[in-house]
Design a protein around this ligand. Structure first.
Ligand code: ADP
Ligand code: ZN
Ligand code: ZN
Length: 732
């Protein structure tokens, strides 16, 4: 057995390799396990790396190898299977392995710090405390009652939150022998479990049965269930089964902050500890959740995109809710798709994966057609809810009032008078997307982008949504000094103004990124919507995400036309998903729902299919078009992007890259470009693209693995910032 004295370490650096080190002088290499952290010399400084392998020989000159400075962990932070998945992802997405592995660790661990303690100071009842009857001491009684039934104890923090600061009282309870201090695992605060169970309908039962029948090995399922069909109940049923088998479940959702309801639903149903992982938490909270999951102590891991890399030694199922959602794809740095990696992880670790959506991505639908995924359908709404009735409103030459067609106004009036809630969807925040000078035609362009600055009246700013550039609102035209500046087009701020004028008696909730910027404000608005205080809801795509508004009976979609004629071939799919999701907010309970969609292209075939035959028919028509055009998912793409401060450099670099790619003589691979990016100038930088496409994933990846690591050596690479995006979702 060779001793393998050389340590191969993933060090965060923009290089496509791992680095070799010798063990620190006094350390026996055979005691070092893969997945531990090491402090290593790097360049003139030092870095924190992760041991990925011990090898007996190095490609580097062994005499030149340096010893690591220090070993930071006794136990691995990442198990072998986690490391292998990360290295696989690094290779697949053509990203430096050291950066991929570092990014998978919680922030403090990445910096080399000790893992946080999971045991917090807490209190629990003693045996005699269980039956204690403190006389005339209401606060003692309150504490005893709070601890009753909490066998593992409660953290002091949770107890204080419930009973107020109560240190002296705890002391006297302790003296009486009724409570004792203990260590309590950091985890979500306990919530009263909801023991009420819905009677599942046959489609839900079938879905659960199908997945449960193949818990023993890999299988990918697509749960295609219309909005309100009870997908969440299916997830919960499956989670209970997996937990009963003592395994862990990983559930990924698009944005937890947007769906506080969903989180609560999980907490009310699942008695095991849940590890929550999302960006709204502090670094410490995230790390605690991560450690609980990786040590197998949290049985359910509920998180957003990056939670896909959470180690979980007993993982037995991954669920991806709203699998079509763009937020599962990271759009900068390490550009991975958490949904696609979920499939890979399940396959490598041999358990099932369930993707769910009311509007599945074309990729996933195609995987069902080819038999790679098994399709499960929930074709009807759960309970008594009926599907909403959808109609197109032709607004060509209609007398619009504040952007609203007469028929929509009339129906808003009727529904409000009948005591119902209404929802209006406009996917553009701010007051107006552009300001124009009525004198000379000047437009409020962004000085740093090929884009217009949006008018935000609330903050009195012109604001570029692409680079964040802001300036105070002009009162005079910067070109001609004229004072007749006019907003052009409509955003949510303006719509709110219009509705307040039209319906002065009804409180309005506006939900967009501006109105919900402060922490907790979205939840506040949503609660007031559920209490029935707000009668009119208006907002952007934030409204489309998974909310359950039982009293909304009318949905108005103000503008769908953008999605019909975009240069991006995915725009129609996104438009349809948005329409279907927003429409799905109507009539979700006993009241039936109506949806009106305003358009200037009522005869557009895709819109017709969507409205009259539904999302699935639309998606099939769209897939057909993609197939004819050899576009994904019928082919595979990677997008090489470059940007620089001067105009010719990105094109020069991409031309050199294209030249290099051609020299590799790859079969089956096509190069498109280089061309200027659709928005050529953004944030003061000029941008260009080279699209690489192939009919087979393997040929594309063979080329990428030869091409990408060599690009850094091109002379023209020095003056540009470049990146590779495998399976790009946006061509921006
Ligand atoms: P989806 O996630 O598919 O949009 P949900 O799981 O949120 O749907 O369910 C929508 C609504 O239907 C919820 O209020 C839920 O409580 C209810 N529901 C789900 N399943 C059933 C069922 N079998 N019987 C009655 N109501 C149900
Ligand atoms: Zn002017
Ligand atoms: Zn800008």
């Amino acid at each position: 057995m060779p001793t393998c004295p050389i340590l191969r370490v993933a060090v965060p650096a923009p290089l496509y390799i791992c680095f070799d080190y010798l063990p620190p002088d006094d350390v026996d290499p055979t005691t070092l396990l893969c997945g531990i952290r090491l402090r290593v010399p790097f360049g003139r400084g030092e870095r924190i790396g992760v041991l990925v392998e011990r090898v007996s020989s190095s490609a580097f000159d062994t005499d030149m190898l340096k010893p690591a400075f220090a070993v930071l962990d006794c136990q691995p932070l990442l198990a072998d299977q986690d490391l292998k998945l990360l290295l696989w992802a690094a290779a697949y997405y053509q990203h430096p392995p050291g950066e991929v592995i570092a990014a998978a660790l919680p922030v403090r661990l990445r910096k080399g710090e000790e893992p946080v303690k999971l045991e917090l100071a807490g209190w629990r009842l003693t045996a005699s405390g269980e039956s204690a009857q403190p006389a005339h001491a209401p606060r003692q009684l309150q504490i005893i009652q709070a601890l009753m039934g909490q066998a593992a104890g409660m953290t002091q923090q949770a107890l204080y939150a419930l009973c107020g600061s109560c240190r002296p009282i705890l002391r006297s309870l302790e003296e009486k022998g009724w409570v004792e201090s203990c260590e309590v695992k950091a985890q979500c605060p306990p919530i009263t479990l909801d023991t009420h169970r819905l009677m599942l309908n046959p489609a839900q039962t079938d879905a659960i049965t199908e997945v449960s029948a193949s818990m023993q090995g890999f299988n990918a399922f697509l749960l295609n269930g219309v909005t309100g069909s009870g997908k969440t109940e299916v997830y919960l049923g499956l989670i209970e089964e997996v937990l009963a088998a003592s395994r862990q479940v990983l559930v990924l959702v698009p944005e937890i902050a947007l769906t506080p309801q969903l989180m609560r639903r999980f907490q009310c149903r699942i008695s095991s500890p849940i590890a929550l992982l999302h960006s709204g938490l502090s670094d410490r909270e995230r790390e605690q959740a991560w450690l609980l999951a990786s040590r197998g102590e949290a049985s359910v891991i509920l998180g957003t995109r990056s939670a896909i890399f959470t180690p979980a030694p007993r993982l037995g199922l991954i669920i991806i809710d709203e699998e079509h959602d763009l937020s599962f794809k990271q759009q900068d740095g390490f550009r991975y798709s958490a949904r696609d990696l979920a499939i890979v992880r399940a396959q490598r670790q041999n358990f099932p994966v369930l993707l769910g959506s009311a509007t599945p991505s074309l990729e996933s639908l195609r995987n069902v057609t080819t038999g790679r995924y098994q399709g499960l359908n929930l074709p009807e709404r759960a309970g008594d809810a009926k599907p909403p009735k959808i109609d197109l409103v032709d607004i060509r030459s209609a007398p619009l009032n504040g952007g609203l067609a007469p028929v929509l106004l009339r129906m808003l009036d009727e529904e409000l008078a009948a005591g119902n809630q209404v929802l209006l969807f406009l996917n553009r925040r701010g007051y107006a997307p552009v300001v124009i000078c009525h004198h000379c035609g000047w437009l409020s362009g962004c000085p740093r982008c090929d884009a217009r600055m949006t008018l935000h009246l609330g903050t009195n700013l012109l604001w570029c949504h692409h680079c964040g550039h802001q300036r105070r609102l002009y009162h005079q035209c910067p070109e001609c000094n004229g004072s007749d500046l006019r907003p052009l087009g409509q955003g949510t701020e303006q719509l709110e103004e219009v509705l307040a004028k039209q319906f002065p008696d009804y409180p309005i909730a506006r939900i967009d990124r501006d109105s919900t910027r402060r922490k907790g404000s979205l939840e506040k608005i949503l609660n007031a919507v559920h209490d029935g205080y707000f009668r009119i809801l208006l907002g952007t795509q934030m409204l489309a995400k998974g909310h359950h508004f039982p009293d909304v009976t009318l949905v108005g979609i103000l503008d769908v036309d953008q999605g019909l004629f975009s240069a991006d071939y995915r725009a129609a799919e996104r438009m349809a998903q948005m329409v279907e999701q927003v429409a799905g907010r109507a009539g979700r309970a006993s009241k039936s729902g109506r949806v009106l969609i305003q358009t200037r292209h009522p005869d557009h075939p895709l819109l017709q299919t969507l409205v009259h035959q539904g999302y699935n028919a639309f998606a099939l028509a769209c897939l057909d078009e993609r197939g004819q055009a050899h576009l994904p998912p019928f082919s595979y793409q990677a997008l090489l992007r470059a940007e620089a401060s001067s105009s010719e450099k990105p094109m020069l670099f991409l031309e050199a890259a294209a030249h290099q790619a051609k020299a590799l003589n790859a079969q089956d691979v096509e190069l498109w470009g280089p061309v200027p990016a659709p928005m050529e100038r953004r944030a003061g930088r000029v941008r260009a693209h080279l699209l690489i496409q192939a009919n087979h994933r393997s040929t594309l990846h063979k080329l990428l693995s030869q091409l990408i690591p060599s690009l850094g050596k091109l002379k023209s690479a020095r003056s540009v910032r470049w990146s590779i995006d495998v399976d790009p979702q946006e061509m921006l």
